[in-house]
Design a protein. Structure first.
Length: 512
């Protein structure tokens, strides 16, 4: 009997060890907060900022250059249009924004990975836009398509990351006018998480819609949101024709756009928190209102990318208290408009995945969680003020996103959480390691990093005294070695391949 029991325990241990070492593609569901949002603005402050934003739109106005169609839409809606300047009567922009949905469900090709953007949700997406990449072996260099594909694979395999993102790095070895096709193809075939479309030219936005029509079906795309795309406002208060052209394509096709100012405080907005929030609100009101002029009910996300500036060097700074105040305040303004909110990320100005990067990133991630952000772009991989996508930092950040999931759960207070049975069992002077409550809960009781080192000094030293970047390099290599491509209908894959080949052949290469 004892021998049989020993065999059973040994088999169970072997099974557990096998489970720990098996390749897993588990993805956590998007976060649903059970904690309150942190609010820094009083009701009086909110009303002042909202009043001032309407004043900006009415008296100063915003510019829609080289875009006669947009100017005509504004004129027909009742705005005062003089040249490229659009002055919007008080209350009109907010009235137009009221048709935008309060939540958006973005469909993934693996329906288990659909995400809801809005309400109490938080969807995490990777870094977006850097022209450079960095890893321990190759240092800082221009990004290639091979780098891009590696990031998509890492994002697919990252448990706490809900979204594949968009331009996780800019593949500079592919012509500018064609790289969007390869990037979308990678997101669609190397991952089955939701992804973003191209915004660098309206025809590229249309290519994104057409490729989604192949992946999901044309009718399905018209009835469901399958892409989220980033539309930046040229702060202060300028809506360029390229971004607005891409927004028009997506709005017409029922696809979501993040309408987001790109603000470095002191350069593209006032140095004060209240002044910056006034400009952010005015810009987002005008951008979201325009999307609703194109198509009432078009899905949109109110964005706020805001950082401060080093007044000595002119370089952007991240993880600062002022950026936190603006992020918290913009969240309050977004909730008053009943709109999904995008902000925050793994922001930092460091050149390496070092202590500066970790401090600034931690500040930025936590302010995003507490400010009520619904869609967090740049949640992992960001380095050097957004110029670099770092492989090591990608997996470091992706690991730490697990803390956001656990913080967002809040504090449970059911009978098991109260742990009165444990307190009675142990009593004064005892310990809880062997008590029944601990044995029943230890596996899920505490969040644990899959990357950081918790070993005693002697073990850590014997294993090579590896720092976090070294551990991250090893993790990148293991994840890429373990990667398995998600299944895709061969007919759909062939159709995507053919579409990309046909579009590439239709025009000469351009690197400008």
């Amino acid at each position: 009997m004892a021998e049989s029991a020993r065999r059973a325990r040994g088999g169970g241990g072997a099974a557990r060890r096998a489970a720990r070492t098996a390749v897993s593609f588990e993805t956590a569901r998007y976060i649903e907060r059970n904690i309150p949002n942190f609010e820094v603005l009083t009701e009086e402050a909110l009303q002042i900022i909202e009043h001032n934003a309407d004043t900006v739109l009415e008296e100063i106005g915003v510019n829609f250059p080289d875009n006669p169609d947009a100017l005509a839409l504004w004129r027909d809606a009742g705005a005062d249009v003089q040249g490229e300047r659009v002055r919007i009567p008080r209350g009109l922009a907010r009235k137009l924004c009221s048709t935008a949905p309060s939540t958006i469900t973005q469909v993934a090709r693996n329906r288990e990975r659909d995400v809801v953007i809005g309400g109490k949700s938080l969807v995490l997406a990777p870094v977006y836009g850097p022209p450079f990449v960095r890893d321990a072996a190759g240092g800082r260099r221009y990004a290639t398509m091979a780098d891009f594909e590696k990031f998509v694979k890492l994002g697919y395999m990252s448990k706490w990351l809900h979204h594949s993102g968009g331009t996780v790095c800019e593949p500079t070895d592919i012509p500018v006018n064609k790289r969007h096709l390869d990037m979308l193809h990678a997101h669609m075939t190397l991952s089955d998480k939701p992804f973003m479309g191209s915004v660098t030219e309206p025809s590229r936005a249309q290519d994104s819609v057409d490729m989604c029509g192949i992946l999901f079906g044309k009718d399905f795309v018209q009835e469901n949101t399958v892409m989220t795309s980033l539309i930046n406002i040229n702060s202060p208060m300028t809506f360029d024709d390229v971004m607005m052209g891409a927004l028009k394509v997506y709005a017409e096709n029922n696809q979501a756009c993040i309408i987001s100012p790109f603000i470095v405080g002191g350069a593209m907005a006032p140095v004060s928190v209240a002044g910056t929030l006034t400009q952010v609100l005015a810009e987002t009101l005008a951008g979201i209102a325009y999307s609703q002029l194109v198509r009432p009910g078009a899905p949109v996300i109110m964005g706020a990318f805001v950082t401060s500036i080093d007044m000595n060097s002119g370089a952007p700074t991240f993880g600062t208290p002022e950026a936190a105040h603006i992020t918290y305040g913009a969240g309050q303004l977004a909730r008053r408009m009943n709109l999904p909110y995008r902000s925050a990320g793994s922001f930092n100005g460091s050149k390496l995945p070092d202590a500066q990067a970790a401090y600034e990133t931690s500040n930025s991630l936590n302010m995003g969680l507490l400010s009520g952000v619904n869609f967090m772009l740049h949640a992992c991989g960001w380095l050097e003020g957004g110029l670099v996508s770092s492989f090591e930092k990608f997996v470091m950040d992706a690991d730490q996103l697990g803390t956001l999931h656990h913080l967002a759960r809040g504090v449970e207070i059911d009978e098991n959480a109260q742990a009165m049975d444990a307190i009675r069992e142990v009593g004064p002077g005892g310990h809880y390691l062997g008590c029944a409550h601990t044995q029943n809960n230890f596996r899920e009781a505490f969040w644990k990093s899959d990357l950081l080192d918790y070993k005693p000094f002697e073990t850590w030293s014997d294993e090579g005294a590896r720092d976090t970047q070294t551990l991250a390099t090893a993790r990148v290599e293991k994840m890429l070695a373990d990667y398995q491509q998600p299944a895709l209908d061969p007919a759909i894959r062939e159709a995507l391949d053919a579409f990309v080949a046909t579009r590439k052949a239709a025009e000469p290469d351009s690197f400008t």
